[in-house]
Design a protein around this ligand. Structure first.
Ligand SMILES: [Fe+2]
Ligand SMILES: [Fe+2]
Length: 254
């Protein structure tokens, strides 16, 4: 199998202000320069800081400069209905329903799940989302499957973030263990790049575009690293092995 290369942005937190927008613009422009080799660009949630339709319009306009499919999952700061309508062209969102999608790109099946719990900062995957993952990973074509959602399913050693991670992750782990073709789990929410394993598969957490969370003991302001630039990950998937690169873009005020 030839390599599948995936750009990965997370936690844009667009809020109508220039600072957030400038950071997204810089990150997207950087990925756009590399995108000839990409299969897709994944955005793992918190696209808007406040769930505003205007922010999804801005995000859609900025991301449209990428010449590859853009795959999006919502985060806890997003509004399901506004996200679905503004970014996925899905109107008439049913209240309470997760915004889940299955997309095939570059001979990989991406299962894009909504781990948000409206009104809560922590996450949980609904039974129907887990069922969708199991069904997608059982498709007869046997394509490798990448699952993406916002909240990391493991503790990262950062207390503020660990307190609001994915709950009931055992249920997800059971589905992942039962389906060998799930080759990677990709998340955001932590605002800091991290690599781990989950249910025996590689788990990657994207760095934040809007800000970077401090590790314990690291100098911080409001739990964030002051002055940290926007950043992105680039994943290379080949024969079931995942290599992840991380890039930060200097020269940005926080
Ligand atoms: Fe975030
Ligand atoms: Fe988040």
């Amino acid at each position: 199998m030839s390599a599948v290369v995936l750009g990965h942005l997370s936690d844009l937190h667009l809020d109508g202000g220039a600072a957030a927008r400038d950071r997204v613009e810089a990150a997207v422009a950087h990925l756009a320069r590399m995108a000839a080799g990409f299969t897709a660009v994944l955005v793992t949630g918190d696209v808007s800081d406040r769930g505003a339709a205007e922010d999804y319009e801005t995000a859609g306009a900025l991301l449209s400069s990428l010449p590859v499919p853009v795959l999006l999952v919502p985060g806890n700061h997003d509004d399901r209905a506004a996200f679905a309508s503004g970014l996925l062209g899905r109107d008439g969102h049913v209240p309470g329903a997760p915004v889940d999608q299955v997309v095939v790109a570059g001979a990989v099946r991406f299962v894009l799940l909504d781990s948000t719990v409206p009104g809560e900062p922590w996450g949980r995957l609904a039974p129907e989302s887990l069922a969708l993952l199991a069904e997608a990973a059982s498709t007869a074509d046997g394509l490798p499957t990448v699952v993406a959602f916002h909240h990391p399913p493991v503790a990262l050693g950062i207390p503020e973030i660990d307190a609001i991670r994915l709950r009931d992750a055992d249920e997800l782990a059971s589905v992942v263990r039962a389906h060998e073709r799930i080759v990677a789990v990709l998340c955001g929410h932590a605002h800091t790049a991290a690599a781990a394993t989950f249910a025996g598969r590689p788990l990657r957490v994207a760095p934040g575009v809007r800000s970077t969370a401090a590790l314990p003991g690291e100098p911080s302001v409001g739990a964030m690293v002051p002055g940290a630039p926007p950043a992105a990950a680039v994943h290379v998937l080949r024969d079931g092995d995942l290599v992840t690169h991380v890039r930060a873009f200097s020269g940005f005020p926080s």
